[in-house]
Ligand binder design. Sequence first.
Ligand code: GLY
Length: 330
Amino acid sequence: MFTRRNFLNRAALGSLAAVSGVGLSACSDAHAKEEKPADAVKPLAISTWDFGTKANEAAWAILTTGGKALDAVEAGVMVIEADPLNTSVGIGGAPDRDGHVTLDACIMAPDGGCGSVCALEHIVHPISVARMVMEKTPHVILVGEGALEFALAQGFKKENLLTEASRKAWEAWKINAKYEPKINVEVHDTIGMLTIDQNGDIAGACTTSGLAYKMRGRVGDSPIIGAGMFVDNEVGGAAATGLGEAVLRTLGSFLVVELMRNGKSPQEACEEAVARIVKKHKNYKDFQVGFIAVNKQGQTGAFSVQPGFNYALFANGENKVYDAACSMTK
Ligand code: GLY
């Protein structure tokens, strides 16, 4: 069974507002309630979690000077990958249960090109390796040793990603740990990011160290195109955060984009994808999943299973954090 995130106090979680009401917003999202613009909003950057504001800033600098959505989304998530204090992405990420920091990432371009790395060790910027998989190989995914060999051949530097703080936390976890996968222990998780450039083109990226103290070799949703992130430049993009297994089982980001293709707004699409996860998982009260989405018009949406998910949106010159609406009451 999956264990829940520590920040979720089960006792504090009320019952579902209504079983059929999943998708009905029980928590507040100021942005979701705002009047949505009819015209395309561009440029734009949206990222999971409040730390996404830093990613958005880096992306915005590129987008407002005529740069491409793909360059912006890569530069954005690189800021978080390089932050040793962030324990769920890049250097400083929590290791697996054997003490290895293994990173997952994927990137998708407006032309439908995509690249991914799974269980990559020793490289601070898996997102840039994923981009090189997309641009310099005939493949989409490289994993483990092969991904590392490819990265080193491309000139990436081999580094120790296990910081002293992460090592100490892992040592502390080992004292009482049950030898089982555990959802990330901190409030924050994967960064998923979507950008729209001045041409209206959309790109996406997703990068994480995955579930803290996971089994060696475990890969989550984040590097899987269509699960952790998906972009169709004719329609929009989506990205996921939270328990990757639940997102994988429902191919969540692809689902959100397909729902938008079929006429749903980004908000409605995120709500339906969360409802699908809740419907397919009896233990949904024990984990968190959140989605962000944007469509071609620059309308955005976000929704999660549990309270506590937030996202950062840089649009119309303002970089703000919003609490996402969710399917469960506090
Ligand atoms: N969403 C991150 C993971 O489950 O690995």
